[in-house]
Design a protein around this ligand. Structure first.
Ligand SMILES: Cc1cc2nc3c(=O)[nH]c(=O)nc-3n(C[C@H](O)[C@H](O)[C@H](O)COP(=O)(O)O)c2cc1C
Length: 325
């Protein structure tokens, strides 16, 4: 067992959280992670407020263990926030606020209902803002990760955030797929890890099987950090770029973003169809550099069990042997 401030705070077994990935974290996947002793987080930015109670009930049907709900703050509306708080998950997970949003007010409303607040940041300055607003857990996300990211690498941003917000527990995100990553992040001062891409390639993941296979086949060098996906989808993010698969669709629009802005309504339907049909060339696909480390689709519980046992061996046996006194 690896006991940290994060596992103690939430009363869970393992210091591993599933990243709340909107559109990619089904109730089955969330429950599988929580049932395996980690913290399952459901990304609910794509769930409308009136559909939220049913979504939360489905997760509760599948697990008795603590779970979280994630909202991307810059796009979340009042109905979504109210429904998430009323759903009383163990954790409200948040990320990417606008500058004009009052984090202390949002976090305070969650605390009034007994929720813990986990907020993800790409820099130490953002971490300081979130800790000052009362976040219980900070996620330091490095640029290695999939989806929307900042530009500082995980190995730098994690200790920088740990130093900034101590004693608030910090989870490391971006580039962690196995026990080596978990052990390394604990060595950097993190109290656990938040994992996205590794859980996309699991049995319970709702991702199209063709896209899971792409992650398994990838050597991790086939992603690009760009704003093409957001331009195509017509969403303005506060200061984020996104790491996506560098496929035919993305290559076609590189260096032509003005034209894409004009033509997005024409291009979008084909992209949406490609996502539904599992077409690797014409869909926007978010994954991170850990695709280099992912060789098979396995159940989420197995990802956690292997990760923890490998980290235990590294921390308990391999690393201590290196120290000569
Ligand atoms: C497909 C996908 C969707 C994501 N959606 C969200 C989201 O809705 N909210 C959020 O806070 N982070 C989101 N993220 C980022 C994750 O929270 C996390 O920081 C990232 O996956 C960690 O890096 P890793 O992919 O290397 O594990 C997403 C990531 C991916 C790959």
């Amino acid at each position: 067992m690896i006991k940290t401030a994060f596992t103690e705070l939430l009363g869970i077994q393992h210091p591993v959280a599933l990243a709340g990935m909107s559109g990619a974290t089904s109730p089955d996947l969330v429950a599988a992670v929580s049932n395996a002793g980690g913290l399952g987080i459901s990304g609910v930015s794509d769930v409308e407020g009136d559909k939220m109670p049913a979504h939360i009930a489905t997760i509760r049907d599948r697990t008795q263990h603590p779970f979280g709900l994630n909202l991307l703050l810059h796009g979340a509306d009042d109905d979504q926030m109210r429904a998430v708080l009323e759903g009383q998950p163990a954790v409200l997970s948040t990320a990417w606020p606008r500058d004009d949003q009052d984090l202390a007010d949002i976090f305070g409303r969650a605390h009034e209902r007994g929720l813990k607040v986990m907020h993800m940041v790409p820099t130490a300055a953002d971490a300081s803002r979130a800790a000052g607003a009362g976040a219980d857990i900070i996620v330091a996300q490095g640029t290695d990760g999939g989806g929307h990211i900042g530009l500082v690498g995980t190995v730098v941003v994690v200790p920088a955030v740990v130093r900034e917000v101590a004693p608030v527990p910090v989870l490391a995100a971006g580039g962690i797929a196995d026990g080596r990553g978990l052990a390394a992040m604990l060595a950097l001062g993190a109290a656990g890890v938040l994992v996205g891409t590794r859980f996309l390639a699991t049995t319970e993941s709702p991702l199209h099987e063709a896209f899971k296979k792409l992650i398994v086949d990838s050597d991790g060098t086939d992603t690009i950090v760009t704003d093409i996906a957001d331009i195509l989808l017509g969403v303005e993010w506060p200061g984020a770029l996104e790491r996506v698969a560098r496929n035919r669709l993305v290559e076609r629009w590189l260096g032509r973003t003005n034209e894409l802005r004009r033509r997005r309504e024409d291009v979008l339907p084909a992209m949406r169809q490609a996502r539904r049909s599992g077409d690797p060339d014409e869909a926007i696909l978010y994954w991170g550099q850990t695709a280099a480390l992912i060789d098979e689709v396995v159940p989420a519980g197995q990802v956690i069990a292997r990760m923890v046992s490998e980290a235990e061996t590294i921390l308990h046996e391999s690393l201590p042997r290196l120290v000569v006194r």
